[in-house]
Design a protein around this ligand. Sequence first.
Ligand code: ANZ
Ligand code: ZN
Length: 750
Amino acid sequence: MYNYKKIEEKWKHSLNPKPSANAPKYYCLDMFPYPSASGLHVGHWRGYVLSDVIARYKTLQGYDVLHPMGFDAFGLPTENFAIKSKIHPEEVTKTSIENYKRQLEDIGATYNWENSVNTTDPSFYKWTQWIFLKMFEEGLAYEKEMPLNWCSSCKVVKANEEVTGGVCDRCGNETTKKLLRQWMLKITKYADRLLEDLDTLDWPEKVKKMQKEWIGKSHGAHIKFNLSNGKELTVFTTRPDTIFGATFLVLAPEHDILKNIDNEEVKNYIKKTANKSNIERMAEKEKTGVFTGLTAINPITNEKIDVYTADYVLIEYGTGAIMGVPSDDERDSEFAIKHNLPIKELEYNKSIEEAIQMLKEKGVGEEKISYKLRDWVFSRQRYWGEPIPLVHCKECGTVPVPYEQLPIRLPHTEHYEPTDTGESPLANIEEFVNCECPNCSKPAKRETNTMPQWAGSSWYFLRYVDPHNDNELASKEALKALPVDMYIGGIEHAVLHLLYARFYTKFLYDIGAVHFEEPFKKLFNQGMLNYKGQKMSKSLGNVVSPDDVIEKYGRDTLRMYELFVAPAEIDTEWDDAGIEGVYRFLSRFYRLVSENIIPHNEDLEKTRHKLIKDITLRMEDFSFNTAISKFMEYSNHLSSGISEEVSKTFIILLAPFAPFIASELWEKFESSELFKQNWPVYDEEKTIDNFIEIALQINGKLRATLNVSKDEQKEVVIEKAKKLLEDKLESVSIVKEIYIQGKIVNIVVK
Ligand code: ANZ
Ligand code: ZN
């Protein structure tokens, strides 16, 4: 009887494969989780099982596998939970991590826990702060007043990436714009490299496309217009050839030129749009806008045209101003119709290049490339994050904290709730704020903003290889294990985390801290595991707890079911019945190997090679669900008996999926460690069905069958057939011998 409880208890602590000394390295990485107070559910397990199977497979193939796990523990989810539960974020983090570790170990995942990192550990964030200082030194970190997405419910500024559809991705409230002083990172400096190097990556095309669009490189031109107030206005256009049809100009409501306009209507319009999200502004509804009172001269046609402000023009893109070409641009056309502006139907046969040439010659324009990518708003006004290691001095301005003073520790406080002034709670902690200027030693004040949750996750994969190094981020020697060979995580990180991590890596490459420009060679996005038609989540109350499944079926069944349920990259539905099938397979296989061992023979040897081939090819394809179907098929096929040789091969192949039962069964045959074995190899010859069965007929009647090699010569087959039918042919005379290739020998007699 398959007693999974006993087996799993027995093998719980001896499943970690140990690498051989000078094996080639393989770095298999999971996107590390933020440890939430509600723990893991079976949906989270989809990715973790996947990476564990790959890690174990690669170990058996002889690689020195690094498969680390850590915790992305700073950030809003923990802080919001702490505020609600009135338990300090430090405490929440500690207990959540303990629970996660228990759950991860529980399922038999082979993590290198000695390499673990935790982004809230000062010995880790020392280096998060170090990287920031390096960026500051290189001019990549700068301060700016920014109209930012403000969530009045979370009381926090949100990065563009954290606002979806105009609402806060954390609480679902609509965000508004608020002007605040912020620390920015100049990711735009890397736009071209981030774009071009996508071509070098073995990533899902979908993710590459999303990054491409996020970077949003457009070729076009800047064109200058003279305004009636004596100022000059530059617009960005991707269609400079349409300048002949430009019959009005539109400014974003936030545009500088509007700052000094004394016009009630304009002022009201600016005020009204301030609270709208970009998504709303670009939505396909009526194009609102007002006349500014200004006019401009079209530099090519010399016509006088009106200048409007309208919120379909965004301040962040291009120059925040456009030329309206109603004949060719749909939005401009809608706007022109609504505001009764002239529409010039023209035919353009001038190419874009020629148009740019013409604008250049007239001195009113030039070629320009524009990006959608914005610099990264890097500061947060919250408690639970890394302090930004800068000091503000009245005499010296903004001064970086000397490297030897790192880490700047997050001070402990009981008042970690956000303030509604938009300032960080750290601003109220005098012992923290007041300090000495590192430059002139006069009293100065610390920066009180903290870093976003993305800071730690942008580089954590570098630290795993050398987590206790106090002198550098990671030693050159340890970094040889990088870049990451296989990165596994959800598609939701396509543009945020994955773009930031690439940016950080490129920066660290530029300052000589790492030897590679791209952190993740291969990326795999596992699909979501839904339940009752929805994403599994505690708040929806449709969570399947791994603890319950383990109790009822065992860890091996849960592991295999996670992979059997669907191709790993596809979203799918948890199916309570489906798990039974996996459980039955494991029970049957256990019984087969325990009770039904027969002597090895040629047929079984053949089956063994076929099995190795079928599984190995599927492993290489990441087709784990079909690999499991194959296991089931072979187990059925072998139900009348299995030899020791086939059993041992089967067990090694099964080990990455079901390490507990595999270890138990292995012990029946061998005393060596299962995970020190080599992944079996197959002999192609032996997987081919060489022999075929030929029907032997006399005068069209079946008399016997004969096994011959597939491409046996006709003469040889007939010779063998006659030999086999010898006694039946004795007293007759042969008229004709017919051979139908690979099928029938018919001997016609009289
Ligand atoms: C005239 C024109 C004629 C345009 C035409 C397009 C088609 P992509 O491709 O996304 O880069 N634009 C420029 N800045 C803008 C802003 N801040 N807010 C909203 N729209 C803006 O789009 C570039 C085009 O989007 C630009 O080219 C401009 O309209 C508009 F037949 O200029 B075009
Ligand atoms: Zn100073």
